[in-house]
Design a protein around this ligand. Structure first.
Ligand code: ADP
Length: 536
């Protein structure tokens, strides 16, 4: 029996199929990038778009099919085929998006392929012809397999990253729908009951096809429109957020610059105040001199012990103010990126010994025992800045912890080294551990407030450590004490010693074969006890 097609309707079906597949692909990829709470709605919209465009394609193509015998449609079954398309696409797409399986996209795609096949064959059953219908099983099975495989590939491509994935998914999905349709139609054989041969589809079929294609396109456009609106809103919020972030960054920079200039300006008069406070504090006991070395004329008779006391008080306050200003200046210059590290090579033991020296007197006054212990590490870093970090950590422990013992330990690690400053003092509550690393943050208790400070010390320490590629962290148990750890990366270690350490390790490993009971330190790649410098 001769079968003809209304070419204009076949073209219309093709356009609907390609357009629907493209919108489906775009929505599918968009849905995959949405936060979980929005993703499900976007996946369902994708399924609706896919189902309607696939069904529309099929139905328009069927209206363009001219088998030379009178045809009709079973409306309830035709409508059921639409439901099968939409529901099946929803199951496949939601499965591919929500099931945590390696091949979830492919399985979801296969479900979608089965849904398209189900829709197609339900539609074919709804297609009534005056003749005997026969199915070629080979083509029938092949059409289903084609739909399943192509759809699985399409959804898998749709989940992958890449500029052209959307178009690849569009192409493969279009191919799945078109191949299923034409292979399925090849399986469909009609033997007419009366061979009049002069039947043509009624004109109403064309109108119906146009109406269905138009409706499907409007629905698909609705999906595209929702995507465009959301995308635009999202882009606008990204632009707004970027602008807000840039504004905040430049405001923060302006603040840092202002603080920096202000601190510089405050420092000059403060130095003069300090100078005169120095003169005043010795007014009764010494003959002070001015900056040029000339004796200052005093009125001993009128000023005496009281003035000296006032001078000392002014000096103490001004010194405190100077420390504060210096810290602000330091912090802002690090924030502005004006600080350059001057790296030199020095043994870590020097660093610990110098820190210990600085605190010997103060620790003695507070009956704190200072202990140092370190591996043989040749550091390659900014000595002054590392000293600054350690002085701050030890100073804090002396000021705030109320400890009786303070340990400074430098240890080689596989990827660098660490210095622990451990006290057995009051400890810090877990809720405050991260807060104290923020600028101007102190733990507010009546007794600690009296210890002064700016709350900038640990913030500066962390920034200096970060500038070296490391970090400062803290662990603490309230009532038992705190450990502040400065970690520095391999780049902060002098290469000469690194290779020496490697040789030591190599030798140790060779010896291990001969002598199994090797000290633990040598086994872990850390120099053994003999190389550890211990002080106390
Ligand atoms: P500052 O020393 O200027 O107060 P820091 O940033 O150096 O500022 O320290 C922040 C706060 O952390 C201190 O005010 C103190 O309350 C707390 N702190 C720091 N080190 C210790 C420590 N070893 N034991 C207990 N509290 C500490």
């Amino acid at each position: 029996m001769t079968v003809q097609h209304d070419i204009s309707l076949v073209v219309l079906a093709g356009i609907l199929c390609a357009f629907g597949s493209w919108v489906t692909s775009r929505l599918y990829r968009h849905a995959g990038n949405r936060p979980t709470e929005h993703a499900i709605a976007w996946h369902l919209l994708t399924a609706l778009t896919a189902g309607i465009s696939i069904w529309g394609t099929h139905f328009v193509a069927m209206l363009g099919f001219r088998p030379s015998v009178p045809v009709n449609f079973d409306l309830p079954l035709t409508f059921a085929s639409l439901l099968i398309a939409v529901a099946g696409c929803a199951v496949g797409i939601v499965f591919s998006a929500s099931v945590k399986l390696r091949y979830a996209s492919a399985i979801g795609g296969a479900i979608l392929g089965l849904a398209i096949s189900g829709m197609h064959y339900a539609g074919m059953i709804a297609y009534r012809v005056r003749g005997l219908v026969d199915w070629d099983r080979g083509y029938l099975v092949a059409s289903i397999l084609i739909a399943v495989v192509f759809s699985a590939v399409a959804l898998t491509l749709g989940r992958r990253d890449g500029k052209w994935r959307e178009y690849q998914m569009t192409g493969v999905l279009t191919l799945a729908i078109v191949s299923l349709h034409f292979t399925g139609m090849t399986a469909f054989r009609i033997s007419p009951l009366d061979i009049s041969g002069d039947y043509v589809n009624p004109e109403a079929f064309k109108m119906l096809a146009l109406a269905i294609a138009g409706t499907a396109i409007v629905i698909v456009m609705g999906g595209l429109f929702s995507y465009a609106v959301e995308n635009r809103t999202r882009m606008e919020s990204i632009v707004e957020l970027t602008a807000a972030r840039n504004a905040a960054e430049s405001a923060s920079r302006a603040k840092s610059e202002f603080m920096s200039v202000l601190s510089h300006e405050l420092r000059t008069p403060l130095t003069i105040v300090l100078g005169y406070a120095g003169i005043l504090s010795q007014i009764n006991s010494a003959q002070p001199k001015d900056a040029a070395g000339n004796p200052v004329q005093l009125h001993e008779g009128k000023v005496g012990v009281q003035a000296e006391l006032y001078g000392q008080k002014i000096g103490t306050a001004a010194n405190h103010l100077l420390t504060l200003i210096n810290e602000i200046l330091d912090y802002t210059s690090i924030e502005l990126g004006d600080t350059k590290l001057t790296r030199t090579s020095f043994p870590v033991s020097d660093l610990l010994a110098a820190t210990k020296d600085q605190f010997q007197v103060l620790a003695g006054e507070k009956s704190i025992r200072l202990h140092t212990e370190c591996d043989d590490i040749l550091v390659h870093a900014d000595h002054r800045r590392l000293m600054q970090i350690l002085i701050n950590l030890v100073g804090n422990a002396v000021k705030f912890s109320g400890a009786s013992d303070l340990h400074l330990k430098a240890r080689r690690e596989t990827d660098g080294f660490r210095i622990d400053v451990t006290d057995n003092g009051c400890g810090i509550d877990g809720a405050h551990i991260e807060m104290i690393f923020e600028a101007f943050q102190q733990i507010e208790t009546a007794d600690k407030r009296s210890s002064g400070g700016t709350g900038l010390g640990l913030a500066i320490c962390r920034k200096l450590a970060l500038a070296h590629g490391g970090d400062v962290t803290a662990t603490s148990i309230v009532g038992e004490g705190t450990t502040f750890t400065l970690t520095l990366p391999e780049s902060a270690i002098d290469g000469a010693v690194t290779s020496a350490a490697t040789k030591v390790l190599g030798r140790a490993l060779r010896n291990q074969k001969a002598r199994p009971a090797l000290p633990r330190a040598a086994r872990s790649g850390v120099p053994g006890r003999g190389q550890t410098i211990v002080g106390g």
